[in-house]
Design a protein around this ligand. Structure first.
Ligand SMILES: [Zn+2]
Length: 107
């Protein structure tokens, strides 16, 4: 069971972007990786296209390991470990520090 869902705000806890926060754009459960808005930028070479007639280099987010991010508890305003409570649709994530139920992000 992953602690992190799409649209969650997470804190990066290791690597070059340690300390940055961002919104989860995509999750790749089978690869154990996440794509986080504004985090782990890499340069990518692109061919000229309608949107980008020059082509060249653009900066894009790259995935990082899920273990390198932590869910941000809105009560603590910090990256926190969570526990899971309840089952099925009632399943919620609870901050281990303050007991706050971290709402599932909207779609
Ligand atoms: Zn908390």
């Amino acid at each position: 069971m992953l602690d992190v869902k799409r649209n969650d705000t997470v804190l990066v806890i290791s690597g070059d972007d340690k300390g940055k926060r961002g919104r989860v754009l995509r999750i790749f459960p089978e690869r154990g990786r996440v794509l986080v808005e504004g985090v782990n930028y890499i340069w990518r070479h692109v061919r000229p296209s309608q949107k980008n007639p020059q082509g060249g280099r653009v900066q894009k987010e790259s995935t990082l390991a899920i273990s390198n991010v932590m869910l941000v508890c809105s009560e603590c305003n910090a990256g926190r470990k969570v526990t899971h409570s309840g089952t099925g649709r009632e399943r919620v994530r609870v901050c281990r520090q303050c007991g706050h139920v971290i709402a599932a992000p909207g779609r």
